[in-house]
Design a protein around this ligand. Structure first.
Ligand code: GCU
Length: 421
C-alpha cells in the first residue's frame, strides 16, 4: 500500500514538472491586465539632478548610452575599425537607366580574408547635387531584395527555408527577389533618394550559436557585445562608406529597420549621431515598445527565444523589469533632436503598437527641451493617420510587415525634414 502511494506521488510530481516545462508562454493582450508602472524620467540624471538645458542633456545622454550598453545591448568596441572598401560591380543601367547599382565589399580589417560585409547601393542617375539616402538591412541577402539576376548571391549562413530557396543554410537561385515586396527600390530612387542595403547575417548569423562566426571575436573578447549591437555597428560602417561618396549627402542619411532590424536601427541611431534620421518599423520589445508594459512579447520572453541578441546582464531583468534603470522611451530620446519615425501595425499586437506610441510620446519632453515640437499627438492616432512632427508616428492596417504604405510615409517624413533649406 505504502509503495503504491509512493508511486502515485512520484507520478504526479513528474506530471506537474512536465506540464511546467511545456507550459507555453501566454502573452497578455488585455490593456486592463497590464497593471501600473512608473517610467524612469529621461530628464532626470541618476543622481537626481533635473536636466533643463542642452549642455546638461549632453551629460544625461552619455549616462543613458552607458546604461543601455551595460544593461541591454552590450558595449560597442570604442576603437574604430580600419575599414577598406572594395567596389566590385557598377551597373549604370539599373531600372532601365533610372539608377546606378553598385556592389561594394566592406572589409573590417586590412586582410582580404578577414571579416567583411557586402553592401549594395542604388543611386538615382537623375540628380542635381548630392542626394539623401536610406540605409536598411535585409533578411535574406542582397539578391533577395530584387529579382535582378545580376545581383551577386549571398554565400553566408541563412536560416533553412525551402520555400524561400534556402537549402542547407545557403541561398539558391530560387531565393532571388524573395524579399522584393518589402523593397520598393524603384519608388525610393524615383523620389530622389539613394538606397543602401546589406545582409544582417554578414555581421552576426542570427542564431543562438552565431557568435563565433560573427564579427565580434575580431574586435572584442568580452561576451557583452551581441547580435543587436553588431547589426547596429553595421549601419555605421555603411555610413563610413557613404561619407566618402561624392553622390551622397552624408548629412541626410536615414536608417530604417523592420522588427529586429528596427531594434538595431534605434540602437545605431542612439549611438551614432551622424545619422540624420531614424525609422523604426514594428520594432516592438526591446525596440520602440515600453518594456514595463506587460503586453505581447516581454523581456523574459525575448531573452529566452533570442539569447544572442542582448547581453548577459539584460537576462537578469527577466523577472524584474521594473528594476531596469532605463526604459525604451529613453532609447528613442537618445535620437533627439534628430527626426525619429515610429511605425506600428494594428494586427502586430506581439510588438505592442500602443506601447510603441506611448514610448514615442514619453520621449517627446526631451525633444521639446531641445527646441523641437517632439511628437504632436495627445492621443494615439487612428489607422492611416500619420503624425509628422519631429517625432513621426503611424499605425497602419495589417500585420507584422514592411509595406509600400510604410515606405511612402518614411519618404514623406524624409522629404519634410531633408528638404534643402
Ligand atoms: C520575433 C521576436 C520579435 C522580433 C521579430 C522579428 O517575433 O519575438 O522581437 O521583432 O521576431 O524580428 O521579426
Amino acid at each position: 500500500m505504502k509503495s503504491l502511494w509512493l508511486l502515485l506521488t512520484l507520478l504526479s510530481l513528474l506530471t506537474v514538472n512536465a506540464l511546467a516545462q511545456s507550459s507555453a508562454f501566454v502573452p497578455n493582450y488585455d490593456e486592463a491586465k497590464i497593471g501600473t508602472y512608473t517610467l524612469p524620467d529621461p530628464l532626470t540624471m541618476q543622481d537626481g539632478t533635473k536636466v533643463t538645458t542642452a549642455p546638461q542633456w549632453r551629460k544625461r545622454r552619455a549616462e543613458l548610452l552607458q546604461l543601455f550598453a551595460t544593461h541591454v545591448y552590450g558595449h560597442t568596441p570604442a576603437t574604430k575599425p580600419v575599414v577598406r572598401f572594395e567596389e566590385k560591380l557598377r551597373d549604370a543601367k539599373s531600372f532601365g537607366g533610372l539608377a546606378t547599382r553598385r556592389e561594394i565589399t566592406v572589409h573590417f580589417t586590412p586582410k582580404s580574408d578577414g571579416p567583411k560585409m557586402h553592401l549594395m547601393l542604388y543611386v538615382p542617375n537623375k540628380k542635381t547635387g548630392r542626394v539623401p539616402a536610406f540605409i536598411a538591412m535585409n533578411y535574406n541577402g542582397n539578391h533577395a531584395v530584387h529579382s535582378d539576376p545580376t545581383i551577386t548571391m549571398s554565400t553566408a549562413w541563412m536560416r533553412e527555408n525551402k520555400d524561400n530557396g534556402i537549402v542547407n543554410n545557403r541561398a539558391t537561385e530560387k531565393s532571388r527577389g524573395v524579399e522584393a515586396r518589402r523593397w520598393p527600390i524603384e519608388m525610393i530612387v524615383q523620389r530622389g533618394y539613394a538606397v543602401a542595403t546589406f545582409y544582417y547575417g554578414d555581421l552576426f548569423p542570427d542564431h543562438k550559436d552565431g557568435l563565433p562566426d560573427s564579427i565580434i571575436p575580431h574586435f572584442t573578447k568580452a561576451e557583452d557585445w551581441n547580435a543587436i549591437g553588431a547589426w547596429a555597428w553595421g549601419f555605421s560602417r555603411v555610413l563610413d562608406y557613404l561619407e566618402r561618396d561624392k553622390n551622397i549627402d552624408a548629412k541626410r542619411v536615414a536608417i530604417v529597420g523592420h522588427s529586429r532590424h528596427g531594434k538595431a536601427a534605434l540602437w545605431a541611431g542612439a549611438q551614432d549621431e551622424r545619422f540624420a534620421m531614424v525609422v523604426s518599423n514594428d520594432s516592438g520589445e526591446s525596440g520602440a515598445a515600453l518594456a514595463r508594459r506587460n503586453f505581447g512579447e516581454t523581456v523574459a520572453r525575448i531573452n529566452t527565444s533570442f539569447p544572442h541578441w542582448f547581453n548577459a546582464k539584460y537576462k537578469t531583468y527577466n523577472d524584474r523589469v521594473s528594476e531596469l534603470p532605463i526604459d525604451q522611451h529613453e532609447l528613442l530620446a537618445l535620437i533627439a533632436p534628430r527626426p525619429l519615425y515610429v511605425a506600428s501595425a494594428v494586427e502586430d499586437q506581439w510588438a505592442d503598437p500602443h506601447g510603441e506610441f506611448l514610448a514615442a510620446q514619453a520621449a517627446s519632453p526631451v525633444y521639446q527641451m531641445l527646441g523641437t515640437d517632439g511628437l504632436k499627438a495627445v492621443e494615439m492616432p487612428g489607422i492611416h493617420q500619420p503624425v509628422m512632427s519631429t517625432i513621426g508616428y503611424h499605425i497602419r492596417a495589417g500585420g507584422h510587415d514592411l509595406t509600400q504604405y510604410d515606405w511612402e510615409q518614411f519618404l514623406n517624413f524624409a522629404d519634410r525634414h531633408f528638404r534643402r533649406k
